[in-house]
Design a binder for this molecule. Sequence first.
Ligand code: ADP
Ligand code: MG
Length: 596
Amino acid sequence: MSKRIVVLSSEIANKIAAGEVVERPASIVKELVENSIDAGATDIRVELEKGGCQSINVIDNGSGIEHEDVALVFERHATSKIYNFEDIYNVVSFGFRGEAMPSIASIAQVELLTRRKDDLSGTKATLEAGAIKEIAPAGCPAGTQISVTKIFANVPARRKFLKTEATEQGLCLDAITRLALAHPEIRFKVLVNGREVFAAPEVEDVSKRIAMVMGDDFSAHCISVDAQKDNLRLTGFISRPEYTKSNSKSVYLFVNKRFVRDNSVTHAVLSAYRQIIEPRRYPAAVLFLDLPPEDVDVNVHPAKMEVRFKDSHSVYDLVSKTIAQNLAGAQTSKSSFVYRLAPKEKASVPGYERSAEKFPAKSFGLFSRGNLQKAISDDLLTRSSVAETVSSFNSGNVGVKETITFSNLKYLGQFANTYLVFAGDDGLILLDQHAAHERIILEKLKKTIGPNIISQSLLLPEIVNLTPGQITLFSDYIDFLREIGLEIEIFGRDAIVVKALPAILSQVQAREIISDIADQLSEQNQVPSLQEKKEKILASLACHAAIKANSVLSLEEVAALCRELEATPFNLTCPHGRPITIKFSLSEIERMFKRK
Ligand code: ADP
Ligand code: MG
């Protein structure tokens, strides 16, 4: 049966459109703060209640709004920022679509107080469900205050999509810190439930603001970049190879000061690091691309989180070349972190000569040489499969006669410093040393969770800087982390003190562990349940402690790994779900040789 066509009322149309612009409290915060920046504010204060789910207040000292214009603020397509269509190709403001305020008003209750500096009296407007209830003169400081409450009260379906208050609050703080990164000249302050959680005074130099937002750790491990090609300028900071993250979210890109996500630019950044940092680790970077507004289309995404470059090839080239050059020119830092290059890369990247050979013991974690010797000798007495065959492990001088086995497979050797090769009766097996060790450690961690966990107090508690958004996420996990032997305390608004680490991880730097857990906690959507988040945390700890790919293993180490893996449940896949072993069956091999 065909239905009749109707034109939707503006109320319904606004609610529908709001879905694109106002996804969650953080989107409201972003739109309001952007409006304040567009209004020329030099001082912006954001107040959140219940993670921004109950109320959001943004107060600025910007231009204010003229009394007669106040009603227009909430009209769809009402803007003071463009007048002609062509203007959007020259726009230097954040806004221009005139959508945010009506969208926000349609899904919440809004109160606006505003006064222009030279006006004697200001204006107050109250709106409910998108409709203006009252507009009246009112006394107020110069600037604009917007208070948003009852968020999504009239669209319960959307409210259901919100995550926990801590997560929403983290996202609000992320939105503010991204804007703060690109605007060092503006003072920002954020209060959560009346308590100040972020304060960034105005600074002349963007590097100072970056240190405030990204933390001292990033500042201590970054390289500044500055390059220009024609009208395109790239400035900012990139992490040194020894500072890595567990995902690519710390690569921040600003195009003409607007934070955007751009797969192509991110790809350019990551590929410049590919041969320098370990697989599945990511750099951090704060990059500012500046180009004439007519060379970039910002009107391709409702929340303007994506842009389209007129000449995307030039952008890609400039980013990848600049980063590669700067990395090649950087000296390695004094950090004790060990990283490796594929052998062929060592020669071509000056300054990165530190290699597996020079620093062999550091990265073995569980298998630090001393423990290993002991583990092996204990084992020789008790277990037969390895013990029979591995008889003289004194100082690593292993004679040619010994054979190492794993589940009745005979060890042949190490391939590409990453895979252990085994022969069985009916095929050839490759075992990923990192994946195998990860699984061993994960199962050990899981087994020891609880009061019996062995944790090791740090002689000097270590302070790790995080963003305010990340800090809020930790509060829900302190007890869980204690159960796995990681004792932390939240220290002020942007740091965590690590007091003890699980003994199994004692060789890993606290900073790396905490920053990875922060990454895991802030990961959205893919990880719905608390249990899964906890598993991810454990997996990321295991990953840190495990032997790395690209490490030369001695026979003792291989023997110990095999023995431990034999005693480990789920020993066929690593905690991230990748396989630990891959088998080439004899018949497959025979087929390849055309014997069959
Ligand atoms: P846009 O930002 O795309 O113009 P908005 O719906 O966000 O659209 O805002 C509509 C208009 O309201 C803006 O163009 C601006 O003139 C005015 N406005 C909103 N917030 C502020 C503010 N904090 N200070 C001054 N003017 C504001
Ligand atoms: Mg706007």
